[in-house]
Design a protein around this ligand. Structure first.
Ligand SMILES: O[C@H]1NC=Nc2cccc(F)c21
Length: 239
């Protein structure tokens, strides 16, 4: 059975969206992964298929009802150990380690919220992972789900050919990637760094590592601190 994304959403027509194109799209056509959408509206209550209600305690907006979301999750319930993830700005930051974990299994169930979010009780009752893709405001979980799925699909076997292999992709060693250059050797009065044209592969690898460390230190002090503690930790262990 192919790696399967089960997506619970009020907007099933948003999927596979951009993931139906290019590498991910070809992988979908080749059944290397599957994208199943489940319309939350079909689990709504009464004639109008209501899925939300006003927030207890007052406040603006609407909250998605726990009974509706629970029925939707129950309809998908998988016994394959797949992670169940709720995309929300209140979640912990999504990391490449999470992506590797999700792709190591048989798939993932993604719950996409709208309005002010989902009643906390169903997230607790079903031990749903709460994950954020960043500290900014989106209109719903669907675009966040597409981001998570893009990161997963590209790691699935057979999706990224060896030519595009993102082996040196950012985050795989905890550092941001080095800067990239291609032809022409000079453009707009700016030259490609000499070392990259030297043919000295050891010097190139050293330069790239130094650049990764510099960029990470300058732009992501959080990643740099984690990198230092990991490398210090490992050197002590080897000690
Ligand atoms: O990652 C978040 N960042 C900001 N807003 C969001 C809204 C819905 C889902 C989601 F993951 C997010």
């Amino acid at each position: 059975m192919s790696w399967t994304a089960a997506i619970l959403t009020l907007f099933p027509e948003m999927f596979p969206g951009p993931l139906g194109q290019s590498l991910a799209g070809r992988a979908l056509d080749a059944d290397l992964w599957r994208c199943e959408t489940h319309d939350l509206r079909s689990f709504g209550l009464g004639r109008h298929k209501t899925v939300d209600d006003t927030p207890c305690g007052g406040g603006a907006g609407m909250v998605m009802r726990p009974d509706v979301v629970d029925a939707a999750l129950a309809s998908v319930s998988r016994n394959d150990g797949a992670s169940c993830v709720y995309l929300t700005p209140r979640g912990r930051p999504l990391t490449q380690a999470d992506i590797r974990r999700y792709t190591a299994g048989s798939g993932v169930t993604l719950l996409c919220g709208r309005y002010e979010g989902v009643d906390e009780r169903v997230l607790e009752a079903r031990s749903v992972e709460q994950v954020s893709i960043g500290d900014y405001v989106l209109s719903g979980g669907e675009t966040a789900a597409l981001v998570l799925l893009d990161a997963c699909v590209r790691l699935l076997p057979g999706v990224m050919g060896s030519a595009e292999s993102g082996v040196e992709e950012s985050f795989s060693d905890g550092l941001l990637e080095y800067p990239h250059y291609t032809r022409p050797a000079e453009w707009n009065g700016r030259a490609v760094p000499d070392v990259l044209l030297s043919g000295n592969h050891a010097a190139i690898a050293r330069w790239r590592r130094e650049q990764s460390e510099r960029v990470t230190r300058e732009r992501r002090p959080d990643l740099w601190a984690a990198h230092l503690s990991n490398t210090t930790h490992s050197s002590v262990q080897e000690g």
